[in-house]
Design a protein around this ligand. Structure first.
Ligand code: 5AD
Ligand code: FES
Length: 376
């Protein structure tokens, strides 16, 4: 057995192992890494890829993250908010299409009207999507930034059961460099702990290839996911955003950035094993087949866009986002073909929950966010 083969066959990885895998440069070695990650994914989470239909509800945002195209001081975009009927219609379409889950994402707001709006949408989506094929209704994931414990509780009680909140980078110094002073990594960490305490399946992730980020930082990010017992991972390449404040800082060259992002997915799969990992849309900005390559490197979730086409141009967190003009029907068919092209199936009419969350809870015997548990 070669050194790499025995490294890949391990089930426990030291920081030095993680770093050694992220450092692989040789194409044959990277192909071996990809194959090992794909096999672990098949064994641990199966050969289905689950679709989470994404609705970008609003680009209004109170934050000013330096990397982001919808930061509040970008005055070059038109701000929009979808109405409840549009959000609910998109979610019911997802249920009819067999997606099993949706993601409601928006810029960050904590005002009472917004909290209430989300609560109402979640409740309504749940009620309207219960069917024979989805007896618990559509799975609802929220991606709405940092909120109070009380808000998380309200949204959970309304029926959402997963929450995505990226740490962006686990390095405090790097976090401080890419955020305005009023945002702190401490409050992001608290938010992740709060979400878990409420009962959410918690997703986090990082941007890859940030200016001044090192491979050691990325290795530490993977260790961070493991130490925090994270259920779901969504990470993608950092891509310059015209409306952001980092346009003068260099982004990594596309080929290297894609390769590094794919290695991060594969190594995360090897180390965390039974979590859900998304092949994020940003991968496809770097290469036409970026998302399917993410799946080939061990990802098992995709997020087809269901936002009305008129709104999409104003929700560009980074430049060159794909699917700006494609209808939700086109994205659905396109992603299904991409999934099949790498030897996976689409997981229809199922929540496709993180296996890790299931095991974590079997151990603790905490109820999931089923209708019964919420009515207790
Ligand atoms: N490049 C890549 N990802 C970005 N995000 C925001 N701006 C960018 C960018 N310029 C990601 C952040 C955020 C998620 C919703 O989008 O990681 O958490
Ligand atoms: Fe939108 Fe392919 S997923 S066009």
């Amino acid at each position: 057995m070669t050194l790499l083969s025995s490294l890949l066959a391990q089930t426990g990885f030291s920081d030095a192992d993680i770093l050694a895998l992220l450092r692989l440069e040789d194409e044959t070695d990277i192909a071996q890494l990809r194959q090992a990650a794909f096999e672990v994914a098949t064994r641990e989470v199966g050969n289905s890829v689950y679709c989470r239909g994404l609705v970008e509800i609003s680009n209004l945002c109170v934050r000013d993250c330096l990397y982001c195209g919808i930061r509040k001081s970008n005055h070059a975009i038109s701000r929009y908010s979808l109405d409840a009927q549009t959000v609910i219609e998109a979610a019911t379409w997802a249920a009819r299409t067999g997606y099993g889950s949706c993601v409601l994402q928006a810029g960050e707001r904590q005002d009472a009207a917004f909290v209430r709006f989300i609560e109402d949408c979640v409740r309504e989506i749940k009620q309207r999507t219960i069917s024979e094929t989805l007896p618990q209704g559509l799975g609802i994931t929220l991606s709405l930034g940092e909120q109070s414990l009380e808000t998380y509780r309200r949204w959970f009680n309304a029926g959402a059961h997963r929450y995505l909140l990226r740490i962006e980078t686990s390095s405090p110094a790097l976090f401080a460099r890419i955020h305005p002073r009023e945002q702190s990594i401490k409050s992001r960490l608290q938010a992740l702990a709060d979400l878990a305490s409420v009962g959410f399946q918690v997703g986090t992730g990082v941007m890859i290839g940030l200016p001044e980020q090192t491979l050691e930082d990325l290795a530490a990010d993977i260790r961070f996911f493991a130490d925090r017992d994270i259920d779901m991972i969504g990470m993608g390449p950092y891509i310059t955003a015209t409306g952001g404040a980092m346009t003068d800082e260099s982004m990594m060259p596309s080929h290297d950035l894609l390769q590094l992002s794919l290695k991060m997915i594969a190594v995360t799969r090897l180390v965390l094993r039974d979590v859900n990992i998304a092949a994020t849309t940003a991968l496809q900005t770097l290469a036409a087949d970026g998302r399917e390559r993410g799946i080939a490197f061990g990802a098992n979730v995709v997020m087809p866009n269901m936002t009305p086409v008129e709104a999409r141009a104003n929700y560009q967190l980074y430049d060159g986002k794909v699917c700006l003009n494609e209808s939700r029907e086109e994205c659905s068919g396109c992603l299904a073909r991409r999934i099949l092209s790498v030897g996976r199936h689409v997981g229809h009419n199922a929540w496709g929950d993180s296996k890790h969350y299931g095991r974590r809870n079997d151990a603790r015997d905490t109820p999931k966010n089923s209708l019964q548990s919420r009515q207790r």
